[in-house]
Structures are given as C-alpha cells and as structure tokens.
Ligand binder design. Structure first.
Ligand SMILES: Cc1cc2nc3c(=O)[nH]c(=O)nc-3n(C[C@H](O)[C@H](O)[C@H](O)COP(=O)(O)OP(=O)(O)OC[C@H]3O[C@@H](n4cnc5c(N)ncnc54)[C@H](O)[C@@H]3O)c2cc1C
Length: 429
C-alpha cells in the first residue's frame, strides 16, 4: 500500500452499506477517488437471516445491478406463527414504495461478495485484511489522517476528505467519534445457523418465510428462511435487555426452535455455522453527520426494530449520503461538505424516521404474547391487518393516526365483530 494516498471518500467496511456507498459515489461522479477497507478477506460470512426484500432489489436496480440476483429462487409468502400454534400464511403483498414484491434468501457469504465486486469493477480502491484503528485531523483542515493495520499488525496511514463508518454493529469509527453503543433495550441478540431440509417446501406447501413470534423465544422471534435447494437459514433472537434479565442461553433457544420445527414435521439435517451477533435497532440512532465523518448501516444503528432487517436501510443510507455530498467533494467551498453531511442525516430521518418509530411501537406491542395472539387472530380474518404487518416488515409503512385508530379498534372490538366487518382473510395454518 502506498503512503499518502488522498481519497475523496474512504469507507471503512465492505458490507452492503459500505459497498453501496462506494457504488453510489462512483455512479454519481466516476472521477471521485473512492477507497474501501475491510478487516476481512472476501468472500466472508456474516451472521444474518440472509433475507433481502423489495428495498434491496430497488437499491440494486437504481444503478442497473439487479443482475446479481439472476437465477436466485423467489420467496413468495410469509407464514407467521404465534403462541398456541396460531398460524397464518400470506402472499407478500404489492408493496407501495417498491417495484418488486418478492424476497430472496442468499447467504451473505455470496451476496456481500457480489455487491463488493460491483464496487471493485467501478475502480474503487479496495484493501482487504486491513483494519481501521483511528483517525485524526491533519494540519490541512480539509484532510483526515486514518490509521490502519494489516494482519501482520503493521501500521500505515491513508488520507481522505471524507471518512465513512460502515463497519457494522461494533463500529470502531463510531467509537472514534466518542459515540456510545446502543443501550441493551435498543439492541437484540440473535443466532443464525444453516440446516439442510429435504421437506421444508413440502411441509409449508411453498417457498415461504416462516416467522415464529413469542414461542421458542418467549419475548422474541425465530425464523426459517428457504434459500437454494435444501438449504434453510434458521435463527432466533430477542431484545438484549430481556435476554439478560431472563438469563437466557442463545444456543438453548436455537435448540428449542429446532425441536419446534421438528414437531411440525420439518426434517433438520446437518446443523452448522451457528453464529450469534448483535442487532443495533433504529429506535435509538446516534448522530450520523460529523466533521468530515459520517456513519451508515449498522454503524449508525439502522436496523428495523420489528423485523431485524438492516441490509436495505444501510444500502439506502449509503446512497443518500453519496447523493447529498458527492457535489461538495471536488469543490473548495468551506464547510460545504459538513453542511451536506447534515443534509444527509436530515434526508435519512425524513425518509425513515416515522417508519422506524412505527416499527418500534409494533415491536413493543408484539413483545406481549397476549397481543401477538390477538394480532394473529385478527390477521387471520382481516387481510388489511396482515398486509399492514407485512408492509412494516418489507416496505416503509408508517402508523398514521387513521391506521392507529383502525388497529386499536380491531384489538378492542369482540373478535366476531372484527370478522363480520372484515374482507378476504389470509389463510390459517
Ligand atoms: C442473526 C442476524 C440476522 C439478521 N437477519 C437479517 C435479514 O434477514 N435481513 C436483513 O436485511 N438484515 C438482517 N440482519 C441485519 C443485517 O445483518 C445488518 O443490518 C447488515 O449486515 C448491515 O450491513 P453493514 O454493511 O452496515 O454491516 P456489516 O454487514 O456488519 O459489515 C461491516 C463490515 O465492516 C468490517 N469491519 C468491522 N470493523 C472493521 C475495522 N475496524 N476495520 C475494517 N473493517 C471493519 C467487517 O469485516 C464487515 O465486513 C440480521 C442480523 C443478525 C445479527
């Protein structure tokens, strides 16, 4: 690595958020000098449910990169189970803000590498096996000096006009900014594993995302998501504060969920690659825009508190950041960059603030097994309710005042009355 490289943008972390940040800058201005460093060597695994929905497809389509999904099988429905084995299956409805109402389940080992490759093909300077350590201001007030270290612990420095922290849930860039991690109440712990199941599609009748709320994890949720062939991604998670309070064991929770799957007739073979990790929820976001530094993705706590989805929000944050700031990286106007970094933060809050708040409320409601049962019962006779839940999961739905009243009435009214006034039920399992 050459000394004294000066980048327009240096991104720490080549996950989906970091790679899409790089892709966005290079598409908006191919002349920018963009660098990306990652402590891992790609392809690398990442603990995840591996589900990507309409948002990620749209983010890829923006710069004509959706071809990386070619040949992947589409998931077409969700199956939600709650306490007392209440279950409902629903097709993924046409989401309002996106073109495609499908989901793909692609191991992150493959997906992240494909997105990173797009960035590399755009002439982004990439350094793998290189760890970010810290940064400092140089004498030139427009330039930051970034300390890095390779796998042999040899130190080096890079120079940049803008530093982007896309380094995930334990972000070191975030630490450099003296920002605390999310508190336990705004974080979840989850474990992911892979199994082979020759009969998953037969048991659930189709390629469906299975969610189980408040059962194997009494105050959280478990999932089984079908990928290619017999490969199924399974996992379970719950809010960290409750996990600690109830002195839970994440491996035992996974075992319990496997027993539930088996009790439904699902064959579970070759359990492997169990890996747990933290999910920083967007219910508590740190300041994202700083002096010549910005945070995107998990580093900036952008995970949907209801679904655990984070890939889309991180990729979209990278795009919003590039869109608001690419014009100020070649100009000499003072403070222009910092003003535009603030614009990025405002644009992200405008786009997702109410949606994140709605998902936080939904998460708190669904933390109660009673409310989960009630919701699933209502949803089993009322398609509007289940569509709204699925839009919170896969789109950018918000709880408007009208929506809140309508849902509150459905919770309060006797079940028979709800059924009488409802149209086209989802089908119960
Ligand atoms: C169990 C589990 C299940 C989940 N399921 C889903 C799901 O189904 N769908 C979904 O959308 N989201 C899911 N999420 C959330 C999703 O995984 C994250 O939101 C997503 O990975 C965020 O992407 P990112 O690029 O911000 O961070 P990451 O994907 O974590 O990438 C960060 C990168 O930074 C690198 N890095 C870290 N520190 C340094 C350093 N000091 N120097 C250099 N490089 C560094 C890492 O090596 C890594 O490559 C799940 C999370 C968990 C834990």
């Amino acid at each position: 690595m050459k000394n004294k490289e000066i980048f327009d943008v240096l991104i720490v972390g080549a996950g989906p958020s970091g790679s899409n940040t790089a892709i966005s800058y290079k598409n908006l201005n191919p002349d920018l000098k963009v660098g990306i460093i990652d402590k891992a060597i790609f392809p690398r695994d990442k603990s995840c449910g591996d589900a990507i929905g309409p948002g990620v497809i749209n983010a890829l389509k923006r710069f004509n990169n959706e071809h990386i999904l070619d040949g992947e099988p589409e998931v077409i429905s969700t199956s939600l189970f709650g306490p007392d084995n209440i279950g409902i299956q629903n097709y993924i409805p046409k989401v309002k803000n996106k073109d495609d109402s499908v989901v793909y389940v692609i191991p992150r080992y493959e997906l992240d590498n494909r997105i990173f490759e797009i960035a590399k093909n755009l002439n982004v300077h990439s350094y793998e096996g290189v760890r970010y350590i810290d940064y400092e201001q140089t004498e030139n007030e427009d330039i930051l000096k970034v300390e890095i270290e390779n796998s042999d612990k040899e130190k080096n420095f890079l120079f940049t006009k803008l530093l982007v922290g896309a380094d995930g849930a334990n972000s070191r860039v975030r630490k450099s900014l003296d920002l605390k991690q999310n508190s336990d109440i705004h974080k979840a712990i989850a474990i992911r594993a892979y199994i082979d199941s020759p009969n998953y599609l037969e048991i659930f009748k189709e390629r469906t995302l299975m969610f189980e709320i408040n059962v194997s994890a009494l105050k959280g949720y478990a999932w089984a998501f079908p990928s290619k062939g017999n490969l199924i991604n399974i996992g379970i998670g719950m809010p960290l504060n409750l996990f600690k309070k109830d002195k839970m064991d994440i491996n035992e929770m996974l075992d319990s969920f496997i027993r539930t799957l088996e009790s439904k007739g699902v064959i579970v073979d070759n359990l492997r690659m169990e890996k747990s990790y933290m999910l920083p929820f967007a219910s508590s976001r740190p300041k994202l825009a700083h002096d010549k530094v910005a945070l995107v993705g998990d580093a900036g706590s952008m995970i949907n508190p209801m679904s655990g989805e984070g890939i889309f929000y991180g990729m979209e944050a990278g795009y919003l950041l590039a869109k608001e700031t690419f014009g100020s990286l070649n100009s000499n106007k003072e403070n222009n960059l910092n003003n535009n970094l603030n614009k990025y933060e405002r644009a992200l809050n405008k786009r997702f603030g109410m949606h994140f708040l709605s998902c936080t409320v939904a998460r708190l409601v669904l933390q109660s097994p009673f409310m989960t049962k009630r919701l699933l019962k209502i949803a089993s006779v009322d398609k509007n309710t289940i569509n709204f839940v699925v839009e919170l999961l896969f789109d950018e739905a918000r709880l408007t005042i009208k929506e809140t009243f309508s849902l509150a009435f459905k919770f309060i009214l006797p079940f028979r009355t709800v059924r009488f006034f409802s149209k086209s039920p989802a089908f119960s399992l």
